[in-house]
Write a protein that binds this ligand. Structure first.
Ligand code: F6P
Length: 376
């Protein structure tokens, strides 16, 4: 019989989001209170495991962090143990440091690792599992695009920030009779843009899943003008692109497994819209703002549930699995199934249907069905 875990590791990987600290707190408390088990936190995600940077986490270390953004452990979106940037002379060279990570894990006498992260962290974790490291995953990301769960923690908090921004932009748009474009993060999925657009009453919402037809966007603005509405609000996801066009790349991050950083599509759209409608256009890019701040009550509860459940999963020996939310219930899903996949908004998702029923323009012409439009 395998021994009861007495020492477990925890790390936070990938881009930060509100609620990471709430998970860490839940892991430490559950491990100590329910199982008298010690927790070791790795610094800066998998970087800490490769470089053996860690600290013991006791209950006093996680006191007061439930409501704070960021992560007390730090994070990194460059630290894939199998593709790890190592400085050689003046340059970074990618090396497979996975065996060193395994050695560090073993030398610390750890029985399991809880990896809190998004798709990149889950993919790296899946590879570590193949090397025999017993890992349980916890899904985070403001993008809400992780496969295997209905919701990631962090999304709700980001949605609140983005909606607040759209609300505030509304009043200035009205006052100046302008087209106001609010760009939000969400690399491959439009959950945040669509959510904030729906909650904030955006007139036009453009998401990566539906490449937009500029003529349809212009028509929508003109129709609003003809109805006496002198302003329009556009909410656009950073990964949106015009039909037949490309996403706008802001920068490339050396050493990052997914090097491309998006941002700036709204400037392209603003220039086009201003030219075609003769209405002044202004752009607000929310960027990392949506990743900051205190987690919402929903995210605090979800993160706490995820953290506690991940420890229970460790104790039940459910390794190679990620805790996910399905409906109202927590369920363990196979990490092999989650790794490398993304959960975009499907075209028949209720949010899409409801947005269209509200008269929101999603960038698709009404002359063809959404399916046909996106397919062609
Ligand atoms: O995946 C989360 C996310 O915030 C994306 O929405 C965004 O494209 C990316 O991370 C930004 O990454 P970075 O913090 O490296 O700029």
């Amino acid at each position: 019989m395998p021994r009861t875990p007495k020492r477990i590791g925890v790390l936070t990987g990938g881009g930060d989001c509100p609620g990471l600290n709430a998970v860490i707190r839940a892991v430490v408390r559950t491990a100590d209170i329910d199982y008298n088990t010690e927790v070791v936190g790795f610094i800066d995600g998998y970087e800490g495991l490769v470089e053996n940077h860690h600290r013991l986490l006791e209950q006093r270390d996680v006191s007061g962090i439930l409501s704070t953004g960021g992560t007390i452990l730090g994070t990194s979106n460059r630290a894939d143990p199998f593709n790890f940037p190592v400085l050689q002379g003046e340059e970074y060279v990618k090396m497979d440091m996975s065996s060193q990570a395994v050695r560090n894990f073993e030398s610390l006498g750890l029985d399991a690792l809880i990896a809190i992260g998004g798709d990149g962290t889950m993919a790296a974790s899946q590879d570590m599992i193949q090397l025999g490291v017993p890992i349980v995953g916890v899904p985070k990301t403001i993008d809400n695009d992780l496969y295997g769960t209905d919701v990631t923690f962090g999304f709700d908090s980001a949605l609140i920030t983005a909606t607040d921004a759209v609300d505030k932009i509304h009043t200035t748009a009205q006052a100046h009779h302008r087209i106001m474009i609010v760009e939000v993060m969400g690399r491959n999925a439009g959950w945040l843009a669509l959510g904030a657009g729906m909650a904030g009453g955006g007139d036009i919402v453009l998401i990566p899943e539906i490449p937009y037809d500029i003529d349809t966007v212009v028509e929508t603005v003109r129709l609003r003008s003809s109805l006496g509405k002198t302003f329009s609000i556009v909410v656009i996801g950073e990964g949106a692109r015009p039909k037949g066009g490309e996403v706008v790349v802001k920068r490339r991050v050396a050493n990052s497994p997914d090097a491309i950083r998006l941002g700036g599509i709204s400037h392209q759209l603003a220039a086009q819209l201003e030219g075609l409608t003769n209405i002044e256009c202004r752009v607000t890019i929310l960027g990392h703002l949506v990743r900051g701040g205190a987690p919402s009550p929903f995210d605090r509860i979800l993160a706490t549930r995820y953290g506690a459940e991940s420890v229970h999963m460790v104790m039940r020996g459910e390794f190679g699995r990620m805790v996910g939310l399905h409906g109202r219930d927590l369920e363990a899903v196979s990490m092999a199934e989650v790794a490398g996949k993304q959960r975009q908004i499907s075209l028949d998702h209720e949010w899409i249907k409801v947005a269209l029923s509200m008269g929101t323009c999603l960038g698709n012409p009404s002359s063809v069905t959404l399916d046909e439009y996106v397919k062609v």
